[in-house]
Write a protein that binds this ligand. Sequence first.
Ligand code: ITT
Length: 201
Amino acid sequence: RPNSYRESVNKIILATQNAHKLEELRSVLPKGWEVQTAFDAGIRGELPETGSTLEENAFQKAMYLWNHCGIPSLADDSGLQVAGLSGAPGVHSAMYAGPERSDQANRSLLLANLVGAADRAATFRTVLAWATLEGIQLYEGVVHGQITHDERGEYGFGYDRIFVPNEGDGRTFAEMLPEEKVAMSHRSRAVRAWLTGLERS
Ligand code: ITT
């Protein structure tokens, strides 16, 4: 018999359709778990994401998969909050420049909107929702940083090329190796909080 809930978990679904998020989440999950994606579980349409906060959206996505599959489901909703833009793009990060969800267009628009801004502080935030028979739990991870003036780096995705974490060495997330980003990212911090939660249950 397993000693903790974490040991008894062996099969989960990741409620995300973003391949980059999937890869980052998989890289920090305990080894030996059977991890399915929404696609593996037969979900073909978009996951519901109609909330006005990261919490609501993460909740909706995890709940949707749990209801459809009955397998513990973990959803990630993330966003970049820029102080000089009153917290935008925030919950609208994926579609900041329009419904095409273009990472390049999103970054260009953000840099254009910050031209001349004195304050370039920004925060990446991830909310994870964990849906099981016992209900839903939410976990958070944040990393504070600054928006650059130009794009730098080739790794990562989304806004990584224009975000420099304050606790790093001046490189953008996109200039770091994947494992270097994982060491301080909003996403892996949220995952650690979730795993700690599992250990306690
Ligand atoms: P799912 O809902 O299927 O998980 P999504 O891409 O719609 O995928 P979000 O609603 O959480 O995910 O959108 C967050 C957007 O914020 C995402 O498209 C990226 O542009 C950006 N983003 C999230 N995490 C990021 C990270 O670690 N680095 C850079 N940009 C990130």
